[in-house]
Design a protein around this ligand. Structure first.
Ligand SMILES: NC(=O)c1ccc[n+]([C@@H]2O[C@H](COP(=O)([O-])OP(=O)(O)OC[C@H]3O[C@@H](n4cnc5c(N)ncnc54)[C@H](O)[C@@H]3O)[C@@H](O)[C@H]2O)c1
Ligand SMILES: C[C@@H](O)[C@H](N)C(=O)O
Length: 373
């Protein structure tokens, strides 16, 4: 049973390190615990219903944001529509509601989350709920609650029920004292946003639960993600999505970052494929539990030039938002993802020109230019 393996692994690791204080070679389960909130009666029967040959039963938290609906679509193609449950605290649009299972789930409600996991026999959890960098700075108490307390709930439930857990991290988990060009996986991480602090916390807690309780925790640090059919949720990289909509609708774009602000970015299809790939990677392939992934890196000026190849009349002006600019100036300019490429074969498909062409082919049908023709 996986839990036996997990416990003995955790015990071995504990005994090899400074010791758990048990002082015996075979440690009773209760001595190290299954997870901090595990009740004794749960320990013997959770996860027994899942056979490794079955498709995973997936829950996505915070699934109505920029990334969750696309992830559900990808996972449903792979694992079957009814094996993937999207959840959020918001009301889903009709097309989302009718595309597959949707459920209300507030990650701050521990019992409700546990009930969903149990009743639906969840085996994989993708934890997408979060407040992003700019909205986090605007409401620090809420960001702290959702990004830190919510993560604690998710970690405990994942450990109790032996889930494979994916938690995304971000370029925002680095700060002004990190090497910025390029930024490796392992280096100083002293972010200056509540978002970044909460994501470093998530990386460390997930890795700790992996070593302490055997939790199958997997984490990718995403760059800024660019998507056509979903809106970003209040981050520093949002400009790189907005420019496409404004180019099409008005032919004018006001950028809230300076023209030479270089940040790592990625097209959503690459991001979601990477997420599935790392979740499917054999555990032995993973030399780490938190990986940078990278695709391209550009400035607003470089993106505008590429966009102008499709919309030559686009006018770009700059009105810098001091909060976002300070955040962007502390983040990586280029991301070193060589460990992901080596360990589990990560490879991006979209560079800047492909990204821009793809965005316009998605958005182009109702474009101002199309309407004019
Ligand atoms: N989009 C990006 O560029 C990017 C980059 C790096 C990392 N990430 C990470 O990927 C994940 C998904 O990002 P996104 O862009 O879809 O975020 P988003 O802001 O668009 O969506 C987050 C979702 O979380 C939900 N949420 C908020 N409070 C909640 C609560 N109490 N319970 C349940 N759900 C709650 C919101 O309703 C929202 O739908 C986040 O963890 C984010 O940090 C995103
Ligand atoms: C980079 C990322 O985590 C998010 N898009 C933000 O800007 O906050």
């Amino acid at each position: 049973m996986p839990i036996v393996k997990n416990v003995s692994r955790a015990v071995n690791q504990l005994l090899q390190s400074s010791g758990c204080g048990c002082g015996i070679s075979i440690v009773p389960v209760r001595c190290i615990g299954i997870s901090p909130r595990q009740v004794a009666s749960d320990a013997s029967f959770h996860s027994v219903s899942f056979s490794e040959s079955d498709h995973p039963r997936v829950l996505i938290t915070g699934g109505l944001g920029q990334l969750g609906v696309g992830l559900a679509k990808l996972l449903r193609k792979r694992f079957g529509k009814n094996n993937v449950i999207l959840s959020d605290i918001r009301k889903p649009a009709d097309n989302v509601f009718y595309s597959g299972p949707f459920i209300y789930s507030d990650i701050l409600d521990y019992k409700n989350l546990r009930e969903i996991v149990v009743n639906n026999r969840i085996t994989w959890l993708f934890h997408y709920s979060a407040l992003l960098s700019a909205v986090g700075e605007a409401n620090v108490p809420l960001a702290r609650a959702v990004n830190i307390t919510g993560l604690h709930n998710v970690l405990d439930i994942a450990a109790e029920h032996n889930l494979r857990l994916f938690v995304p991290s971000t370029i925002g988990a680095f700060g002004p004292t990190s090497p910025r060009d390029p930024t490796p996986d392992l280096c100083i991480q002293r972010p200056r946003t509540i978002y970044g602090v909460s994501k470093v916390h998530a990386e460390l807690m997930g890795e700790y639960y992996h070593y302490r309780y055997g939790l199958d925790f997997r984490c990718l640090r995403y760059p800024g993600i660019i998507s056509a059919d979903s809106q970003p949720g209040g981050g520093t990289t949002d400009y790189a999505v907005q420019i496409f909509h404004d180019a099409i609708k008005t032919g004018k774009f006001q950028c809230n970052l300076k023209p030479d602000t270089r940040l790592p970015m990625m097209y959503i299809d690459d991001c979601l494929r990477a997420t599935l790939e790392v979740m499917e990677a054999p555990a032995e392939a993973l030399s780490m539990r938190t990986y940078n992934i990278s695709a391209m890196s550009f400035t607003p000026e470089e993106l505008a030039q590429e966009v102008q190849k499709h919309v030559p009349e686009l006018q770009v002006t700059y009105s810098v938002d001091a909060v976002r600019q300070a955040i962007a100036d502390s983040w990586p300019m280029n991301f070193d993802d060589s460990n992901a490429r080596r360990d589990w074969g990560w490879k991006h498909d979209y560079d800047l020109p492909e990204l821009v062409t793809t965005m316009f082919s998605f958005l182009g049908s109702d474009s101002r230019i199309a309407q004019a023709n």
